[in-house]
Design a protein around this ligand. Structure first.
Ligand SMILES: Cc1cc2nc3c(=O)[nH]c(=O)nc-3n(C[C@H](O)[C@H](O)[C@H](O)COP(=O)(O)O)c2cc1C
Length: 311
């Protein structure tokens, strides 16, 4: 390749965490690349911190892929330039792509992905498999080719990351408090993401991006726990049912549906904190029974092909 490889960094990040992750990935190789940053921006930004009612009210439209705000079109020069790779940064909301990511993928600006090689970068709590499947599906639709995935998650136990993500989302407090650690992806893991820059640059220069994902996997770019595959499968089924039940009463923010939104919130809280010890025991048993299938699922989710209906 003559000249510096050209990268488009297309991402959404409400708190800045995902941007911070991508910046670290590119830290060592920034000077060797021509990088264009294109943040995805909703016309009407989502609130942060979130009011609890607004937060849970966002579930149905997130799950049904009907975002409440469109995204601003990408600038003309960004659309027209040539790129050797697109880094597509996305995050799950309620086990689906966040609303701004869905809105972008449904917009005319998504045409920028046509014919491009794409590396997805995810910054999540710990459940991103279904969101990535939806993104894979949309990339195919846009005629893009997925060449790699890097997924960073919060590695604390599920119950702890749930508590800290709620504190972060509702109060804006990311920092550790007396009894709980900092929210989000561990800062050390974000710093270590720096290691992925050099292989990305090398495969770009040598025109071997088809080999990138295997190298990223060997370096630990994606770790999937079988227990969480099971939990996410159950979660997505329930979210689909609840989104229909809530939306039947009205659109986003409609006072008529607030009662059902609160039921959903309460059920989720009970499921996580009261039933969790019981369900995790049942989960452990189901995990053992289904281990062979779960291991196959993990292998599938680590690779890049898309098969309909895997989750
Ligand atoms: C409304 C909402 C729902 C979320 N749902 C999930 C989820 O289902 N799975 C998950 O792993 N993380 C979830 N998260 C965490 C986000 O994926 C993400 O890590 C966090 O919001 C920080 O991302 P940022 O880069 O946009 O600031 C959720 C966050 C929000 C605000």
């Amino acid at each position: 390749m003559s000249g510096k490889p050209r990268i488009l960094v297309l991402y959404y990040s409400q708190t800045g965490q995902l941007r911070h992750i991508i910046d670290n990935i590119l830290l060592d190789v920034r000077e060797e690349l021509e990088v264009t940053y294109a943040p995805i921006e909703p016309e009407r930004p989502y609130p942060f911190p979130w009011n609890p009612d607004v937060f849970f009210d966002a579930m149905p439209e997130t799950v049904m892929h009907m975002p409440t705000s469109a995204t601003l079109p990408l600038p003309g020069p960004v659309m027209q330039a040539e790129y050797d790779l697109v880094i597509f940064g996305h995050q799950p909301w309620f086990l689906n792509p966040s609303q701004p990511i869905t809105a972008f993928l449904q917009s005319p600006s998504a045409a920028v992905l046509k014919g491009k090689k794409v590396l997805t970068v995810i910054g999540a709590r710990n459940m991103w498999l279904h969101a990535q499947e939806r993104v894979k599906e949309q990339l195919l639709k846009q005629g893009a080719e997925l060449v790699g995935n890097i997924a960073l998650v919060d590695n604390t136990p599920n119950i702890i990351s749930t508590l800290t993500v709620i504190r972060w989302a509702m109060k804006g407090q990311k920092e550790a408090s007396r009894f709980l650690p900092a929210a989000g992806v561990q800062e050390r893991d974000i710093q270590e993401a720096q290691q992925y820059g050099k292989p990305i640059l090398r495969h770009l220069r040598e025109d071997t991006l088809a080999l990138l994902n295997d190298e990223l996997l060997r370096m630990g770019a994606v770790n999937i726990k079988t227990g969480l595959v099971l939990l996410e499968n159950t979660g997505i089924k329930n979210f689909r049912k609840w989104s229909k039940y809530i939306a039947a009463k009205g659109g986003p923010g409609a006072p008529e549906r607030l009662g059902r939104v609160k039921q959903f919130k309460n059920l989720l809280i009970v499921a996580i904190f009261v039933l969790s010890p019981i369900t995790s025991l049942i989960g452990k048993i189901r995990e053992q029974v289904k281990m062979k299938k779960l291991k196959e699922d993990v292998a599938y989710f680590k690779q890049l092909k898309f098969e309909k209906g895997r989750i």
